[in-house]
Every structure is written in structure tokens, then in C-alpha cells.
Design a protein around this ligand. Structure first.
Ligand code: NAD
Length: 301
């Protein structure tokens, strides 16, 4: 049986980046403030800072400014004060919270305090509400990325059976809402779903967003389906020559097992992940333009 076509994230992300550059240029032409994003991080660990530095480099390539601010550790109040100062600062057009925050800080409260017009991750109640009403402005980046991957597949969404595994506020639910808005018939599964396999195996479009490594196998996939793997988990790999433990990144989907069954599949790593990062910057460029709304790629065909 032929293997599924892999939908790689890089070319899709490159197209989103081109759109971001255009938004930045059009803002400049209209005298809008240059986009300037601040990432609030609860950690100054090397790996976190390296990730934020990689975002800063990408931002610079796209024409945006990107700064990292390490949050004071002691309390939610101190973190909220930092958010409020950024909300008031007219030079700051975007704010994001790099999770996790320390246990003593209420991360949801910090996210909710962000001015919705600066909420480049689309996680405030106002932006999630706009999404639920079918009029998104700054929508969660992963959900936007999944829609780009679906568009790339060329599959019509109208009337398609879509199954989303995972119902988190920022990932699973927004994905389900966007698919629903495009007239897919959407079923959302989660940890308490009975008979996951049978439900998933009905899907023309199966999106898995659980973070449970290798949850989805051949038995969950309808022959000819599109499988979008949102999961991201680090699992132990063979130790290196010096015996040091190593890890590798995998998704929710047992890719090798599913590839002969599915028609199309997004890889992990290198699938939804890079598109999500590009969506963050598209949101950041859009946030600096008062009348901007995201282009949603899949028409209600
Ligand atoms: P979460 O832990 O908040 O939610 C996980 C969801 O999966 C829950 O709704 C839970 O009910 C469901 N679930 C867990 N185990 C299940 C099982 N055995 N069967 C059915 N459902 C199950 O996680 P999240 O923030 O929604 O993120 C989900 C995954 O997406 C994680 O791996 C995360 O790293 C990844 N992620 C990827 C990107 C990206 O750009 N690729 C972005 C954000 C998150």
C-alpha cells in the first residue's frame, strides 16, 4: 500500500511568514507602531532562554522586535503588575506568557490579565470568545496552524467528518471550533471518551492533540484519512556513546504504522510545530494593526 503523503510544516510556515512580512510592511506604510512583542518567562533555564532567543531571531527576520522579560518568582500579584505595565506601554503591541510559570503563580490569571489587543497567543477570554462567535481576531496559534495544514491537504471541509482528540482550552477546543466554522461535522474526544478507536476511525480528518506519545495507531485511522498530529512529547532514546541519556521528540501518532493507512499525515517534529511558530508572528504583526483579522485558509466549500 502506498505511504501517506507527508505534509511538511516548513513550506506552509514560509508562506505564513511572507504574509507576516507584508503585514509589517503595510503597518509601516500606514504609520502604525512597529510590532514589539514581550515574552514573559517564569524561568531563566538555559533551554527556555535558548527557545526564546530562537523566537527573537525569527522575529528579527520578519521585521518585529521581540524581548524576553523574566517574571519575578514570588507571587501572582507581582506577575500581574508586570502584565499591567506592559498593557499600558504604547510601544508594546504584543505580550505572550512562556509556560510553565512557577507553581506559586496563577498562570491562567496572568494570561487573562493581558490586554486582548496585545494577546498574540489568543488565550484571553475575549479572544477565545471572538473565536467561539466565529469572528476571531487573535486566535490560538496551534489551531490556526492546524487549519493551514488542513488547507494544504486540499481536502474539502464542508460535510467532512472531523475528530479532534484533546479538548484543552488553548488547543483542542479552538481546533474544534475552527473546523466547525468551516462546516465539518466535528466530534471531540478526550480522556473520558469511551470507544476512542471506533470514533477516530470514522474521521475523514483526524486531529490528535493530547501529548500522549504514540496514542494513535493504525486502528484509529480510516483508510484515506488526513491525520494531523499536534502532539509533542519527549521520550527516552538510546543513550549516547558516553552513556548519557538522550531523548527524542515524538507526536501522538505512531507515524510508521499509520502512514500506510492514511492518505496524508503531518510529521512530528516538523509538521504543525513550525506553522504554529509562524502563526505567533502573524498574530503579532496583526495585533499592531487595529482592523486586522486573520485569513482563514479553508473556505466553506
Ligand atoms: P493538555 O494536557 O492541556 O490537554 C490534553 C488533552 O488530551 C486533554 O483534553 C485530555 O482529555 C486529552 N487526553 C489525554 N490523554 C488522552 C487519552 N489517552 N485519550 C484521549 N484523550 C486524551 O495539553 P494541550 O496543551 O492541549 O497540548 C496537547 C499536545 O499538543 C501536547 O503534546 C502539546 O505539547 C502539544 N502542542 C503542540 C503545539 C504545536 O505547535 N505542535 C502547540 C501547543 C501544544
Amino acid at each position: 500500500m502506498p505511504n501517506a503523503r507527508l505534509i511538511a510544516g516548513a513550506p506552509v510556515a514560509a508562506r505564513v511568514d511572507a504574509e507576516t512580512r507584508d503585514l509589517v510592511a503595510s503597518g509601516r506604510a500606514r504609520g502604525a507602531p512597529p510590532p514589539r512583542v514581550v515574552a514573559l518567562s517564569g524561568s531563566s533555564e538555559r533551554s527556555v532562554l535558548a527557545y526564546l532567543e530562537s523566537l527573537a531571531r525569527k522575529a528579527a527576520e520578519l521585521g518585529l522586535a521581540f524581548d524576553t522579560s523574566i517574571l519575578p518568582e514570588e507571587s501572582t500579584g507581582a506577575a500581574l503588575a508586570r502584565v499591567e505595565a506592559l498593557n499600558r506601554d504604547p510601544e508594546i503591541t504584543g505580550i505572550l506568557v512562556q509556560l510553565p510559570l512557577p507553581d506559586v503563580v496563577d498562570a491562567r490569571a496572568v494570561q487573562e490579565a493581558i490586554d486582548p489587543e496585545k494577546d498574540v497567543e489568543g488565550v484571553t477570554p475575549a479572544n477565545l470568545g471572538r473565536l467561539a462567535l466565529g469572528r476571531p481576531r487573535l486566535a490560538p496559534c496551534t489551531a490556526l496552524a492546524v487549519m493551514e495544514a488542513v488547507a494544504e491537504s486540499g481536502l474539502p471541509l464542508r460535510g467532512a467528518d472531523a475528530v479532534v482528540i484533546g479538548k484543552s482550552e488553548i488547543v483542542g477546543k479552538p481546533i474544534a471550533l475552527l473546523l466547525l466554522d468551516r462546516f465539518a461535522t466535528v466530534t471531540v474526544c478526550h480522556i473520558a471518551t469511551r470507544g476512542l478507536e471506533a470514533i477516530a476511525a470514522r474521521a475523514d480528518i483526524l486531529v490528535s492533540a493530547t501529548g500522549k506519545a504514540h496514542l494513535v495507531g493504525r486502528e484509529h485511522v480510516k483508510p484515506g484519512a488526513l491525520v494531523v498530529d499536534v502532539g509533542y512529547a519527549r521520550i527516552p532514546d538510546a543513550p549516547d556513546a558516553a552513556g548519557k541519556p538522550r531523548y527524542r521528540v515524538v507526536g501522538d501518532v505512531r507515524q510508521e504504522e499509520v502512514a500506510p493507512v492514511a492518505a496524508m499525515l503531518t510529521p512530528v517534529p516538523g509538521g504543525v510545530g513550525p506553522i504554529t511558530v509562524s502563526m505567533l508572528f502573524r498574530n503579532a504583526a496583526g495585533a499592531a494593526l487595529p482592523d486586522w483579522r486573520p485569513r482563514l485558509p479553508v473556505d466553506a466549500r
